[in-house]
Design a protein around this ligand. Structure first.
Ligand code: SF4
Length: 343
């Protein structure tokens, strides 16, 4: 168990939470309300949200306690992603003077500097690589950065993304530091709110298990498995990953409704848009039935997750569908006897 986090910006110690729950001042009751709203709002797709400003995130430690108690992985991911987006939007907004971005970075242990003269943000290469490793998109790769003497010179958008990722790590550490065995006692005054959260969760359907029908997940290549598990974790997939996933599942025989159902757990799920996109990619509503991209295309978009997978590392493996068909072939299939060409 990680020691309980006492970071001034993410204080999840028992005594701090108990204090919020036993205080009757306006600020504490606002924190209690926002802690619940943050979770409930993360389950929906409404644009208008009560908890949407950086200052509202003062409720996050209590939300993390509630999430630890409810113990639903996908819900925790959604709430953290929502909080993460609030932080990123705030840091990227022009209403915040760029000089303040390093202050927020320091809160989460990231050393970022801002040069007013050059209007650039700087950070050590190690910091950049550490925090951008899970961010998709070519512009977050080191090879596209301006690097001099071990320092990355970059813009505000990338600086905000780095701080955002550092924030997520701190939040996850804080979450892990909460002892599950204590939550029922500490959160006793919030029994009704917990019931409301659980009730909303059950009605939302976001925890519904993925139904892959006849399709065997175990035969999927690592890239497709990664896209599915990221969706289960509440991550918004980049466009090409979505396209690959839809076209791959279609080609291996999954029907459109089942594919649309898979996307229901995505945090930005919109049924009409998803239905349109799935029908378009699969040729249902267009003249083209698209195929998933080749491995080389996925690799150049940083969407290949082959690791040390033996099949993916074969030189001749060029396509995710080939991976699936090879895996699907029954093993020990008797070889057909070669025919004598003279016969
Ligand atoms: S090598 Fe191809 S099939 Fe394997 S993970 Fe990479 S992109 Fe997917």
């Amino acid at each position: 168990m990680i020691p309980q986090a006492a970071n001034a910006y993410l204080d999840v110690r028992d005594e701090s939470i108990s204090h919020i729950l036993s205080s009757f001042d306006t600020k504490s009751s606002q924190i209690r309300r926002h802690a619940v709203r943050l979770i409930i709002e993360a389950m929906g797709n409404e644009k208008e949200r009560e908890v949407s400003a950086i200052d509202d995130l003062i409720c996050l430690p209590l939300s993390l306690w509630l999430l630890r108690h409810v113990n639903e992985h996908i819900l925790t991911s959604r709430v953290i992603n929502h909080a993460r987006d609030i932080v990123e939007d705030f840091l990227a907004a022009s209403s915040l003077a760029p000089e303040f971005v390093p202050d927020y970075a320091n809160r989460y242990g990231v050393q970022i500097q801002y040069s007013e003269d050059d209007e650039v943000f700087t950070m050590p290469v190690g910091t950049f690589v550490t925090y951008t490793s899970r961010v998709t998109g070519f512009k977050y790769r080191l090879v596209y950065q301006n690097v001099r003497k071990g320092i990355v010179y970059t813009d505000r958008e990338i600086a905000a993304k780095v701080v955002r990722e550092a924030f997520v790590r701190h939040v996850l550490e804080a979450y892990e530091s909460i002892e599950p065995g204590k939550t029922a006692i500490v959160l006793e005054p919030m029994k009704n709110s917990i019931e409301e959260i659980v009730d909303t969760l059950q009605k939302s359907g976001i925890t519904k298990n993925f139904d892959l029908g006849e399709v065997d997940f175990n035969l999927f290549p690592p890239c497709i498995k990664e896209f599915i598990s990221e969706m289960q974790d509440g991550v918004n997939l980049p466009h090409m990953a979505r396209f690959t996933l839809v076209s791959f599942l279609h080609k291996i025989g999954m029907d459109n409704n089942a594919i649309i159902g898979l996307f229901k757990t995505a945090p930005d799920f919109r049924e009409t848009l998803t239905t349109y996109q799935v029908n378009h990619v699969t040729g249902e509503k267009s003249s083209t039935e698209y195929s998933p991209p080749k491995c080389s295309v996925l690799q150049s978009n940083h969407l290949c997750y082959k690791g040390d997978d033996p099949l993916c590392n074969k030189e001749w493996l060029k396509h995710p569908l080939r991976y699936y068909t090879i895996k699907k072939k029954p093993k020990n299939q008797p070889k057909r006897p070669r025919r004598n060409p003279d016969e």
